[in-house]
Design a protein around this ligand. Sequence first.
Ligand code: HEC
Length: 143
Amino acid sequence: MKKIVYTSLIVIGLLTACSQPLNTPPKNTAPDVAKPTAAASSDLSAGNAIRGKELFNGAGTCNACHSLEKGVKLVGPSLAGIATTAATRKSGMSAKDYLRESIISPNAYVVADFQPNLMVATFGESLSKQQLADLLAYLESLK
Ligand code: HEC
């Protein structure tokens, strides 16, 4: 009798062991953390204005369309003093919120004398949350 019990225990044990396919990579138990995109997040991490400036003049390509000299129009408006202007663009909207919106959805407010759909509309996806925060810190310094 004991022998039968032991045998069945072994069989059950083997079956359990074999029900896990061999050589499968260990399951990734880390929770699926969605890649934070600039557009997805409303609370921004602290930005670095120096990195923001580099981005503006470099990989961000902002300077291709925006001069920082007062009154100089390229494809887009001059961003001289944009921190001050931004605070007056939409009533009830802070400068920072306006700047953020201008970068990630440029058509939400189209600056007078400019056409919609000219500014690159994909910065919300292409910039990381940190890059957006850095750009905002830089633009906020342009008073
Ligand atoms: C292909 C040209 C182009 C590029 C590149 C571009 N912009 Fe613009 N941008 C525009 C145009 C045109 C406008 C005005 C029309 C509008 O409001 O959408 C504008 C508007 C803005 C405004 C609002 C200005 C105001 O006076 O209210 C901000 C802020 C801005 N852009 C920031 C940026 C930043 C930051 C970048 C880089 C990450 C960038 N833009 C890249 C063309 C561009």
